[in-house]
Design a protein. Structure first.
Length: 289
């Protein structure tokens, strides 16, 4: 998997669905379901997802402006209590872009300048059993004796099929996404090969499914994204079992080299190992003869 090819389908299925400018109606439906609102004008959504900014191997899934709120949505298949820090980094990038591109916002003005309020939501569909709604706080990362001048709160919503039923029912695309992921995972647990499991789950989506035509029309790309996600999850679980991610630097270097040989990009390796991409580049360079 070369860097060039990987860049074409690195986006995950969640972003492919809900961060798609061609289907803002699905993004609006998700926003309404999360916030209990009833907006109907999909053109009110201004998608501003960070497409080209990568920090420590992280890329934003979906971000958009609506009703004077800056909404950042992330999907996670592995529980990550460090999401508030990740969202803080994303928000900094987006606000920097907002200030630079909004000619009416004068950062050095003597009058108070209005800005969109941030709203951070993490959609969780991992294997670990989690409550329907969990609040993650940046302050939990700080020393208990420290006094912080900043707080970031992330709402984590469990969207596994069977959880948060009211939320899923309020957003048909989210329901279909949850159902498809669940069916694929169930078939995998029964021993079915991943490629076939994806095919069967797609075929079994009800004909009145909001997403079926879209997913079937883009079947090859959907399968590539799903296979990439499953491969990353499998490798991550394996590395955790072997204690390599939390292990010594030398073990991480060896892991980085193995993943690079398998076609992983520097950013993907950095994201998996939880280290800066520049460290991975140095490690790989040191391994070259």
């Amino acid at each position: 998997m070369s860097n060039e090819v990987n860049a074409q389908y690195r986006d995950r299925l969640f972003k492919f669905i809900f961060g798609n400018p061609a289907h803002k109606a699905w993004t609006l439906s998700l926003y309404n379901a999360v916030n209990g609102s009833r907006y109907t004008d999909e053109n009110a959504i201004e998608i501003n997802t960070i497409e080209d900014a990568v920090y420590l191997g992280m890329k934003n899934d979906v971000s958009f402006l609506i009703n004077d709120t800056l909404n950042l949505y992330e999907q996670q298949s592995t529980f990550n209590p460090n999401m508030p820090m990740r969202f803080l980094i994303y928000a900094g990038m987006l606000y920097d872009k907002y200030v630079r591109n909004t000619w009416t916002y004068r950062i050095y003005s003597s009058s108070l300048q209005k800005a969109p309020a941030p709203k951070f939501v993490c959609f969780y569909n991992g294997a670990a059993d989690k409550e329907d709604r969990v609040i993650l706080k940046l302050s939990d990362s700080f020393d208990k004796e420290s006094v912080s001048d900043i707080e970031v709160t992330v709402t984590m919503l469990n969207i596994n099929y069977g959880h948060n039923q009211e939320l899923l029912n309020a957003c048909k695309p989210l329901y279909d996404y949850s159902w498809f992921v669940y069916q694929t995972s169930e078939k995998r647990r029964r021993g079915m090969e991943l490629n076939l499991a994806i095919d069967e789950a797609l075929n079994e989506l009800p004909d009145n499914s909001t997403l079926k035509k879209f997913l079937m029309d883009n079947k090859a790309e959907v399968k590539r994204m799903c296979i990439t996600e499953y491969d990353q999850e499998r490798v991550l679980a394996q590395q955790r079992e072997e204690g390599l991610i939390e292990g010594r630097v030398e073990e991480k270097k060896n892991t980085a080299e193995k993943l690079r040989q398998r076609g992983w990009s520097v950013e993907e390796i950095a994201d998996l190992l939880g280290v800066p991409a520049v460290d991975v580049e140095v490690w790989l360079a040191s391994k070259q003869p």
